[in-house]
Design a protein. Structure first.
Length: 85
């Protein structure tokens, strides 16, 4: 008799975790979708932790990108208008 196969890891959770390092907003979105899939009744997949970390890293990365862009835009506008920051 063979042992039962271990539960599969949710693909979107894994892809979302990896994407959070490259394109943070994609990691955030994929993490949310994966978490919703994992919460469905009858789902036997694992990956809740990966989905959670994809959402956390995606949110932090997106926030950092937004702050960087706003600072860059402020410096650019001050350079163009000739006003010191």
């Amino acid at each position: 008799m063979t042992a039962p196969a271990p539960p599969r890891t949710n693909t979107l959770a894994l892809v979302g975790f990896i994407a959070a390092f490259i394109v943070p907003i994609a990691g955030l979105v994929l993490g949310i979708i994966a978490r919703n899939q994992l919460k469905r009744p009858g789902n036997v997949e694992t990956g809740t932790g990966l989905a959670r970390w994809a959402m956390i890293l995606g949110a932090l990365g997106s926030a950092a990108t937004l702050v960087f862009f706003l600072v860059w835009l402020g410096l650019f506008v001050s350079l163009i208008t000739g006003h010191a920051a």
